[in-house]
Design a binder for this molecule. Structure first.
Ligand code: BGP
Length: 446
């Protein structure tokens, strides 16, 4: 892996609801995920993040492991309802203190925190007022950003405002597969525009508090291809690319919506909005897993559906997919990096998530031999290095994930970690072979 510059940042990522647990401790308010997990059938095996990795109590041990890994950076998210239990108003000091301890411990270990402000766990109190579908969310979110900057601004230099806005809008408000579980075209479109406003306002607000902060948001970027050679699948794929990618990247970098979707969003857009969505960012966080395929579907409100979102290859016996059925295709990462580079004026990029679900557990020797994950990273990092050589301004890579955790609607079925967590037992952490491989890789690039 000699192809990465010395300045390249290496790290791992997690998100609050997926690892913390302690869902109702120390004054934390409920989030939409706390509620969604209680809806029968919403999450596989009826699982939830109530306990998850219990990172809320085991953070010291986790930071020690991150230190052992030799990571430069660590990306984690703040739980809005842990900090503001009602979404706005009174600050929960115990929640703030948890993150302060974590941030100090990371800095002490020479690990730079990359803090995500919103990774999907909206305070349930705000959902009752319409959540992302209510334009008032821009005001609620700005109070939250103010609180974060007042509490953590002095100690944190790097911020990711929103994680995967397309997933919270499309999967949460249109497919109904994620919280809040809505299946409503207008709710989805409203959420799309409001999350773009919160992103842009968030960038400007963080900068107003701290001009030296580096700020961006994280989007999933992957090719969306026509599912077949039916000519109708071509516009279907184009529409799906707009709904998932263009609807967020175009407002962020160009201050417009894509041609194919602009009319759909127009009812939600007011004068001055697109200037707000395009507040200049310092970087784009790019999450990448798999290519997807779209097909024409006359009964769908947009005339298009994802033909097989990555999980549908589960149990098909294909060997080019992970244990969650997500396609392995390193060239798709290269393609995504080059596409963003060409279309949006060569922004600085961090890969803020990349990884694979393989469910290997400890063997007779107590070790986790996850050769397939090592192979996966070798191939994807080679694709990333190729993109750098071809002009992408890629500055860092965060492996998803530091440890096995709650994979949303898939429950604990998908293990993405470099560290194994014993969910059936005492939540013991066991670094996998890939952890040691990643550690050597980091060391070799210094
Ligand atoms: C992240 C989640 C991960 C994983 C990923 C999937 O932000 O926290 O756990 O679910 O998104 O991304 P995508 O839906 O783009 O494949």
């Amino acid at each position: 892996m000699a192809d990465f510059p010395k300045s390249f940042l290496w790290g791992t990522a997690t998100a609050s609801y997926q690892v913390e647990g302690a869902y109702n401790e120390d004054g934390k308010g409920p989030s939409i995920w706390d509620e969604f997990c209680r809806v029968p059938g919403a999450v596989k095996h009826g699982q939830s993040g109530d306990v998850a990795c219990d990172h809320y109590h085991r953070w010291k041990e986790d930071v020690a492991l991150l230190k052992e890994l030799g990571a430069d950076v660590y990306r984690f998210s703040l739980s809005w309802p842990r900090i503001l239990p009602d979404g706005t108003g009174a600050v929960n000091q115990k929640g703030v203190d948890f993150y302060k301890k974590l941030i100090y411990a990371l800095r002490e270990a020479d690990i730079t925190p990359y803090v995500t402000l919103y990774h999907w766990d909206l305070p349930a109190a705000l959902q009752k007022k319409g959540g992302w579908t209510n334009r008032d969310i821009t005001g609620w979110f700005s109070q939250y950003v103010d609180t974060v900057m007042e509490q953590f601004g002095a100690d944190v230099d790097n911020y990711i405002v929103i994680n995967e806005p397309s997933v919270l809008s499309y999967v949460g408000h249109y497919q109904g597969v994620h919280a809040p579980g809505l299946r409503d075209k207008d709710a989805f479109l409203a959420a799309t525009h409001h999350v773009n406003l919160c992103h842009g306002d968030g960038v400007a607000n963080i900068k107003a508090h701290k001009s030296t902060a580096k700020v961006g948001s994280t989007l999933p970027v992957f090719p969306i291809r026509p599912a077949s050679d039916d000519p109708l699948d071509i516009p279907a794929a184009e529409m799906m690319r707009a709904l998932w990618i263009g609807n967020f990247l175009d407002p962020m970098f160009k201050g417009v919506y894509p041609d194919v979707s602009a009319k759909l969003l127009a009812p939600f857009v007011k004068d001055g909005d697109m200037k707000r969505t395009s507040a200049p960012v310092d970087f784009l966080g790019l999450n990448h897993y798999s290519p997807d395929y779209a097909r024409h579907e006359p009964s769908d409100a947009f005339g298009a559906v994802l033909d097989y979102a990555h999980n549908s290859f589960e149990d098909t016996g294909r060997d080019d997919v992970t244990d969650l059925g997500w396609i392995i295709e390193p060239d798709a990462l290269y393609e995504s990096l080059m596409d963003v580079t060409k279309t949006y004026g060569r922004p600085t990029i961090y890969i803020t998530e990349g990884g694979c679900a393989y469910n290997d557990g400890p063997g007779a020797d107590g070790k986790v031999h996850d050769e397939r994950r090592i192979e996966y990273y070798k191939r994807y990092l080679a694709a990333a290095a190729r993109a750098i050589a071809d002009g992408a301004d890629l500055r860092g890579y965060f492996a998803w994930s530091f440890m096995d955790n709650f994979e949303w609607a898939d429950g604990y079925d998908g293990r993405f970690g470099l560290v194994h967590v014993d969910f059936d037992g005492d939540l013991r952490r066991t670094p996998k072979d890939s952890f040691y491989w990643f550690k050597d890789l980091i060391k070799s690039t210094k």
